[in-house]
Design a protein around this ligand. Structure first.
Ligand code: SF4
Ligand code: SF4
Length: 315
């Protein structure tokens, strides 16, 4: 049993260490229902949705995203983890066609879920009275706000979670627990007067600090949009991006000197390293084979062709 403050401190520390030993770069804990800061973030999400900045991503409207307690009965704490997906081989500099770093390795849902499940098995032994539930990306949860609440980093003006030590090349995962743990301090914003991301965004999609208008964002148009064509206002500003867009992260000063995580999980596939206009000749089967096991499979073959052609129009 872990009831005294000392016990709670100890198990909280061990849990975060276990996450690092599983291969996460950073880990932190928040208490449910969270601080007033979290409420502000929830309100900001409401305003963003009410202005329809999420475009066709209607799943973001789910009320359950805002209520973490509804995801697991008796939920008391959240373990937040960050996985560094920066590999020394995934730079897209000077490439005609570019693919976002987040999607170049293994399917991150699987990578993160597997690690979190291992942590869950450990919890079953160490804290047998604790129930837990894993949330990775698709789960209805205000991910970045909970990561900020757990002290992992802060939500930057480009709307990415930035860690002081590890920058923003992080994929997030969460575990909701029924055990009361010792929370970390919510992270303060360190963007300060910097506005490089806003300045460098080619489509001016960051309409105000922290607010990205999906309808103007290259990442949205290349990954999420099911429109037959890329709108003209975006097409001539694609800058080579066919899957995602890293510009507002590439220019962020907090990403200047971070370390690589050169594991098999983050290593780019060979076809990604050699990606060029030949891909226009690939049939659906070739696409299927290449995309298998990656996060990029959510971009359908017709969308890849649409995105490549849109880029070539402006060459
Ligand atoms: S991902 Fe690209 S288009 Fe979207 S906000 Fe960042 S720089 Fe702008
Ligand atoms: S570029 Fe500057 S303003 Fe934008 S997220 Fe990074 S630190 Fe914040």
């Amino acid at each position: 049993m872990t009831n005294t403050l000392q016990d709670k401190k100890e198990i909280s520390k061990k849990l975060k260490e276990k996450a690092i030993n599983e291969g996460f770069t950073t880990s932190g804990i928040a208490s449910i229902p969270g601080s007033s800061r979290l409420k502000l973030r929830t309100n900001a999400l409401d305003r963003w949705l009410s202005k329809n900045h999420h475009s066709e991503m209607k799943w973001m409207e789910a009320e359950r995203r805002k209520n973490i307690s509804s995801l697991l009965e008796g939920a008391k704490s959240v373990l937040s983890v960050g996985f560094n997906y920066m590999n020394s081989e995934n730079s897209m500099q000077n490439r005609l066609l570019k693919i976002g770093k987040f999607g170049q390795g293994e399917d991150y849902h699987k990578v993160i879920s597997k690690k979190l499940k291992n942590i869950g098995k450990w919890i079953n032994l160490e804290i047998p009275d604790c129930k837990w539930k894993i949330c990775v990306d698709t789960s209805p949860l205000l991910e970045k706000a909970w990561a900020e609440e757990s002290g992992l980093g802060w939500i930057g003006k480009n709307s990415n979670l930035i860690s002081k030590k590890n920058g923003s090349w992080l994929l997030l995962g969460f575990m909701i627990l029924t055990k009361e743990l010792v929370p970390d301090k919510p992270h303060q914003s360190l963007c300060g007067k910097c506005d490089k991301c806003m300045e460098h965004c080619p489509t001016k999609a960051i309409v105000e600090p922290f607010v990205v208008k999906s309808d103007l964002c290259i990442a949205y148009h290349t990954i999420e949009s099911r429109e037959k064509t890329i709108p003209k206002k975006i097409e001539n500003k694609l800058n080579g991006w066919v899957a995602g867009c890293d510009i507002c992260q590439d220019v962020c000063p907090w990403n200047k000197s971070i370390s690589y995580n050169n594991t098999l999980e983050t290593k780019p596939r060979e076809w990604i390293k050699n990606f060029n206009t030949d891909a226009l000749n690939w049939n659906d089967k070739t696409w299927e084979e290449n995309l298998k096991g990656t996060t990029l499979k959510r971009i359908k073959p017709w969308m890849w062709r649409r995105n490549i052609k849109a880029n070539l129009k402006n060459k």
